[in-house]
Design a protein around this ligand. Structure first.
Ligand SMILES: Nc1ncnc2c1ncn2[C@@H]1O[C@H](COP(=O)(O)OP(=O)(O)OP(=O)(O)O)[C@@H](O)[C@H]1O
Length: 343
């Protein structure tokens, strides 16, 4: 009873910190320097810890789901996942906000592609980014989690200033992540009638059918993003209605298949077969998929050392200034096309 009264008496003090604030955990301090982007329940800031530049995601205390993201990043970091963003610290100011300190990344792949001529990556950039994204998903699955929101906007290269991490593509934003195995490593059974999760453009056919999601669905979303990065667009890019998008994805497997995979390497046909062969319980054939990607690299003379399309001409690296040129206003525009849906 006493506890209930305390909860009732607690005023709503939810708020977000602002640029110039200093967040403190024990003797560690993070100075907020600029806004990098706005998310569902909060804001992501560029912050400094002495000379070190970091990103800090802050969410309103009462609405925060950051504990899920912290959990994913903690396990991924323990397992030394190379393609998953580093968790540096986390904490909260009780009844105001929660925050998570992580490695600073550059612009995301959605944004980087939209800045290219014809909104299209070179084949080398598209296929190497696809390979690294697949590796990131495999690492996440090995750590016991599903993303349930695989899309180009959730992958980004690191920044040069951070130990030359600009060559590596990272997966970040685990707001919809879920553990798919129990503590003994056994698969959790499929649940019935779950709500929509993820983003319409990249959602799997099972997601459209409101089925519980599994590793196969992250892989299917990855395949859509791979085709989009390679060709510059997906057939349903302008379609807003979710059922119409579902129909377009089905059409892409039947009479629309040739058109769907037009201008894609021949191996993409086999990749789509592999995606469609996966069942709820299946472990995706990451290695066989990577072999197909490597084959396309050989056939198109793609080299691991090729420069990224977004690299600075002079020094072949993504710089911190690229990250900072993304204002929160621009970010809102970016996400309007991504139409993330929370159930
Ligand atoms: N580690 C990071 N380094 C640099 N920028 C970041 C980082 N994390 C997030 N951002 C920026 O903040 C934006 C919002 O972050 P995030 O996607 O994690 O939040 P969200 O609430 O899940 O938003 P969304 O609805 O866009 O998925 C990103 O689009 C990106 O611009």
């Amino acid at each position: 009873m006493a506890a209930k009264e305390t909860a009732k008496a607690q005023p709503n003090t939810d708020r977000l910190p602002v640029v110039g604030d200093e967040l403190q955990i024990e003797n560690r301090r993070y100075r907020l320097q600029a806004v990098l982007g706005d998310g569902g329940y909060g804001t992501v800031f560029l912050a400094t810890d002495g000379e070190r530049k970091l990103a800090v995601k802050c969410e309103r205390y009462s609405k925060s789901m950051l504990h899920i993201e912290v959990n994913v990043l903690r396990v991924a970091n323990e397992q030394k996942c190379k393609h998953i963003c580093d968790l540096v610290d986390y904490g909260s100011v009780r009844h105001e906000y929660s925050f998570m300190v992580m490695s600073l990344l550059s612009k995301d792949l959605h944004r980087l592609r939209s800045e290219q001529p014809d909104r299209r990556f070179s084949f080398s950039t598209a296929i190497r980014a696809s390979a690294q994204a697949l590796k990131a998903i495999e690492e996440l699955h090995t750590a016991g989690f599903l993303s349930r929101d695989i899309k180009p906007g959730n992958f980004a290269p690191g920044v040069r200033d951070d130990n030359h991490q600009n060559r590596v593509i990272f997966l970040y934003d685990f707001g919809l992540a879920r553990k798919y195995v129990d503590k003994n490593g056994n698969l959790l059974p499929s649940r019935k009638d779950v709500g929509w999760r993820g983003t319409t453009r990249y959602g799997s056919l099972s997601a459209h059918q409101r089925q519980d999601l599994a590793r196969r669905d992250d892989i299917e979303s990855w395949f859509y993003m791979v085709v989009e990065m390679t060709k510059g667009s997906l057939p349903w890019r302008t379609v807003v209605d979710r059922t119409a998008v579902q129909l377009a994805k089905t059409h892409a497997r039947t009479s629309g298949r040739v058109q769907f995979l037009y201008e894609c390497p021949r191996q993409f046909d086999s990749l789509l077969n592999m995606v469609d062969d996966l069942q709820f319980e299946s472990t995706p054939k990451y290695e066989a998929m990577m072999d197909l990607i490597n084959q396309t690299c050989d056939e198109h003379e793609v080299k691991a050392k090729d420069r990224w399309d977004w690299d600075d001409e002079n020094n072949s690296t993504a710089s911190l200034s690229q990250t900072l040129s993304l204002s929160s206003k621009e970010h809102v525009k970016k996400d309007a096309s991504q139409d993330k849906q929370l159930a």
